[in-house]
Design a protein around this ligand. Structure first.
Ligand SMILES: [Cu+2]
Length: 263
C-alpha cells in the first residue's frame, strides 16, 4: 500500500508505543513522499502475506539473529517474499523507517542484490550476491561503549519515526533488486545481535553498471564469527577504532574488476 504522508500520519496516530520495548525491526519504507507499509510481526500473517501491497520479506519476530552462519542472516526469518516492488529511480533515496529503535551501539549497513530473470520472488536469498551501498558506525567518541553511533543518533523518542535514508547509486543498471538493511547491535559483550530486513525494489534510471565481483557477498558468508568487530566486548576497550564488517561500500563508480582487466 502506497499512501501519502498526511494519510500515513493519521494512520500512525492510532498506534501507541509498542508493548514490548525490546528488539525491533524495519517497519516502513519511504521514497519521496510515498510511504510503503512493511510486514508487521504483531499482526496476523494471513492478513499480510501475498497481499498485493506487500513489498517486504516476512520477518515473523522482533528477535535478533545471533549467529553469522544462520541462514536467516540474509533476509530474516522466515523471509517469505512479497508480490510487489517499491518503484525507485537510481539516484533517489530509499528511507527505512523504524519506531522506537532502542539499541545504541553498533554499525548499520544497507545492501542490494540484483534479481536475475526479472523476478525477486524466486531468488534464493542465501545465493544472492549482495553488495554494500551504505554504512555508518561510530560518529563521535569518547569510545565505542559511550560514543554516539548512527544507530543511536537516528533514534527519536517523541513518537516520530526513526529515519534511515540511503541513496541508490545513480549509475546502477535498472532492474529488480532486493534491498537489505541490517542493524548490528553489540551492546552485549561478545553476543552480537543482527537485525536484517529485506524489501523488493524496481529500480529505473539511466545507469548501466553492476559492481565488480570483489564487492559481491553472500549471507551467510559475508561475516566471520571471529571478526573482532562482531565478537567484541565494547566495554573492554577505550578506543574509537571500529571497522564495519562486510568489506567496502561500492561507490557506484568502481566498475572495472581490478583482478580481471580485459576479461
Ligand atoms: Cu533488542
Amino acid at each position: 500500500m502506497a499512501v501519502t504522508v498526511p494519510l500515513l500520519l493519521a494512520v500512525l496516530a492510532a498506534f501507541s508505543v509498542p508493548d514490548v520495548l525490546a528488539h525491533g525491526g524495519l517497519a516502513n519504507y519511504t521514497v519521496g513522499e510515498t510511504w510503503y507499509r512493511g510486514y508487521d510481526p504483531d499482526l496476523p500473517a494471513a492478513d499480510q502475506l501475498g497481499q498485493p501491497w506487500m513489498i517486504q520479506r516476512q520477518w515473523a519476530s522482533i528477535d535478533p539473529i545471533f549467529s553469522v552462519d544462520d541462514k536467516y542472516m540474509a533476509c530474516n526469518k522466515p523471509g517469505v517474499p512479497p508480490p510487489s516492488y517499491i518503484p525507485i529511480q537510481a539516484g533517489e533515496n530509499i528511507t527505512a523507517v523504524y519506531w522506537y529503535w532502542l539499541h545504541p551501539v553498533g554499525p548499520m549497513t544497507a545492501w542490494l542484490a540484483y534479481c536475475p530473470r526479472d523476478d525477486c520472488t524466486e531468488v534464493d536469498v542465501n545465493q544472492a550476491e549482495w553488495f554494500k551501498i551504505w554504512e555508518a558506525g561510530l560518529l563521535e567518541g569518547p569510545n565505542l561503549a559511550e560514543g554516539i553511533w548512527y544507530q543511536k543518533q537516528f533514534q527519536h523518542w517523541d513518537g516520530s519515526p526513526d529515519l534511515w535514508p540511503v541513496t541508490i547509486p545513480k549509475s546502477l543498471k535498472p532492474g529488480l533488486y532486493m534491498v537489505r538493511h541490517e542493524i548490528l547491535s553489540i551492546h552485549i559483550e561478545n553476543k552480537p545481535q543482527f537485525y536484517p530486513e529485506c524489501a523488493h525494489l524496481n529500480i529505473t534510471g539511466t545507469g548501466t553498471v553492476l559492481p565488480p565481483k570483489e564487492y559481491l557477498k553472500k549471507f551467510p558468508g559475508a561475516y566471520d564469527a571471529n571478526d573482532p568487530s562482531i565478537n567484541i566486548n565494547v566495554y573492554a576497550t577505550n578506543t574509537t577504532n571500529y571497522t564495519i564488517p562486510g568489506g567496502p561500500i561500492w561507490d557506484g563508480f568502481t566498475i572495472v574488476d581490478k583482478y580481471c582487466l580485459g576479461c
